[in-house]
Design a protein. Structure first.
Length: 75
């Protein structure tokens, strides 16, 4: 990666029903993650229990690399 380039990642949350982690589909660089209010709310459709889960940025985990089998698009 070139010097000064942002490291992109994806936000992952945990399904409260299954305990499995899944991608929210939100790509963000690590530095910008800390500029968002941690109380900002969002929702993501869970590929495991098929329910929309409400979550806050403070509840999400930033992951630099997500294996393709964990991509929401592949569920």
């Amino acid at each position: 990666m070139p010097p000064g380039a942002a490291l992109m990642g994806v936000l992952v949350i945990t399904c409260p029903e299954t305990g499995k982690k899944f991608s929210t589909g939100i790509q963000i660089d690590e530095e910008d993650l800390y500029t968002i209010s941690q109380d900002t709310a969002s929702a993501a459709h869970c590929p495991y229990c098929k329910v929309d889960h409400k979550w806050r940025y403070r509840d999400a985990e930033w992951v630099a690399v997500l294996p393709p089998e964990d991509w929401v698009e592949n569920k």
